[in-house]
Ligand binder design. Structure first.
Ligand SMILES: Cc1cc2nc3c(=O)[nH]c(=O)nc-3n(C[C@H](O)[C@H](O)[C@H](O)COP(=O)(O)OP(=O)(O)OC[C@H]3O[C@@H](n4cnc5c(N)ncnc54)[C@H](O)[C@@H]3O)c2cc1C
Length: 437
């Protein structure tokens, strides 16, 4: 009988695993709670109205339509029973011969899940559209509010100075300074404050120090206020506390931490503190040779003994490696240990500015950005997406335009619904009680 492989998650790790394995004599079921594969590295562009959702996401079905042995099931997996080799979905159960678990990570609020409503993170298209709605609505509120409320309307706080925080801060500053600069009548968008708060001593901690400095300089040139060595101690719908200091802000965005997806906890196996599943060198779960965990959800040691970072190339290579090891099982060969080919890291810092490092090579400024641009276009899945994104970026480069400046969707929570565009009121100024100091 043909081997049945279930792949949970159609992100980088899951999709690349499926495509690699599809030419083997197996049947494959990909399960994902979304119907699309998402290119997360460009999510911040959707959140800041530079690109539209369809530019960076494609239906998972379309990506595997050429493989008749691969089927896609949309649904959320609740639990994997590793002993019984069963995958439990919200609407049924599937059995497997081999399973690849690739459900990634979610934001972590370091024990303050109650901040989630007031400080959304960026992980899914829904997150990006919610952030876009909040950012654009803040400018609309500033147009009609009085001066006192306006200063909170025009203050954007981004918590976390890693690549996502840096990219969001740069893009929002660019939006305010250039894109909407001449469009409002009651205020000058140059008054916008973009405040990037980082708990550590420098931005982009994973990069070489010289690139952290280059990013800091580029952000400050764009008018972003960067607060280093500063911990956010409370978030509310009126702003953020940083110790004794309260900063009124209508829009707070979270880019400070991640934790393994909840499916990892359902396995009953060893996890690290961030909820990632500790895997064997061949990417299987200890004690369960038919179950692999790959991508962001996996805790897999690199050559220095430290866990490999949560990056797309790690997820892609691990997905493909798990597929190769499953093929090895079919061919009765030995499974091989995973070795990561480090291709480097990169981030954008506002308009036509970026940082990139690979090995000893460090690039910043325009060249850093060109490198970033080339790699991101190259890895964007789908020819249509590559062409459209190129056109949008050339257009934005020439005009400073952000073509997706549309306020859509309803606020996520009842509290936020009260702040929908038609009913925006000035946020109260009273500081919220401080917690978690
Ligand atoms: C904003 C942002 C920017 C980034 N920028 C970069 C960058 O510039 N360069 C870089 O290399 N990396 C970047 N990354 C990291 C990179 O995107 C991740 O490392 C990569 O997506 C991990 O792939 P994955 O397949 O493990 O998980 P994901 O791509 O997150 O895929 C997980 C999939 O599992 C599905 N899923 C989750 N739970 C369930 C469930 N219970 N049931 C069914 N399906 C489920 C999800 O819907 C999703 O499709 C960025 C990430 C973010 C969020």
């Amino acid at each position: 009988m043909t081997m049945h492989v279930v792949i949970i998650g159609g992100g980088f790790a899951g999709l690349y695993a499926a495509r690699r394995l599809a030419r083997q004599p197996v049947t494959i079921t990909i399960i994902d709670r979304q119907n699309h594969h998402l290119f997360q590295p460009l999510l911040y562009q959707v959140a800041t109205a530079g690109l539209s959702p369809a530019d960076i996401a494609t239906p998972i079905r379309a990506r595997v339509e050429d493989f008749p042995n691969v089927s896609v099931r949309m649904g959320a997996v609740k639990r994997v029973d590793l002993k019984a080799k069963l995958v439990e979905l919200e609407d049924g159960t599937l059995s497997y011969d081999q399973v690849v678990i690739a459900t990634g990570v979610r934001h972590s609020y370091f024990g303050h899940q109650e901040w989630a409503d007031d400080a959304p993170g960026l992980k899914t298209l829904d997150d990006a559209l919610e952030i876009r709605r909040r950012v654009l609505t803040a400018f609309e509120a500033a147009e009609r509010d009085d001066d006192l409320a306006r200063s909170a309307d025009l203050t954007f706080v981004i918590v976390g100075g890693g690549p996502t925080g840096v990219e969001l801060a740069g893009a929002i500053a660019e939006l305010a300074r250039y894109t909407v600069a001449g469009e409002f009548r009651s205020f000058d968008p140059h008054r916008t404050r973009v405040v990037l708060v980082e708990g550590g001593p420098r931005l982009l901690a994973a990069f070489h120090e010289s690139l952290s400095k280059a990013a800091l300089t580029a952000l400050e040139r764009l008018g972003v206020e960067v607060k280093l060595d500063t911990k956010v101690t409370n978030v509310s719908d009126t702003g953020v506390h940083m110790g004794d200091v309260f900063l009124p802000a209508r829009t707070v965005l979270w880019a400070a931490g991640v934790q393994g997806s909840s499916l990892g906890r359902s396995l009953g196996v060893e996890l690290d503190r961030a909820g990632r599943v500790k895997v064997n060198p061949d990417l299987t779960i200890p004690g369960f040779p038919d179950a692999y965990v790959v991508g962001d959800l996996a805790w897999c040691a690199g050559p220095d003994g430290q866990p490999l970072p949560g990056l797309a190339p790690v997820a892609i290579q691990q997905g493909e490696h798990a597929a190769d090891n499953i093929a090895a099982v079919i061919e009765r060969k030995d499974r091989r240990a995973f070795k990561y080919w480090d291709k480097g890291i990169m981030a954008t810092v506002g308009r036509a500015n970026g940082v990139a490092q690979t090995g000893k090579l460090r690039l910043s400024g325009f060249i850093g950005w060109m490198t970033w641009l080339f790699i991101h276009i190259l890895y964007l899945i789908g020819f249509r997406n590559r062409v459209i994104v190129m056109i949008q970026w050339v257009w934005a480069w020439v005009t400073y335009g952000r073509s997706a400046r549309l306020i859509t969707g309803i606020p996520l929570s009842p509290a936020k619904r009260a702040l929908a565009p038609a009913q925006v009121t000035a946020p109260a100024r009273a500081p919220a009680p401080e917690v978690g100091k």
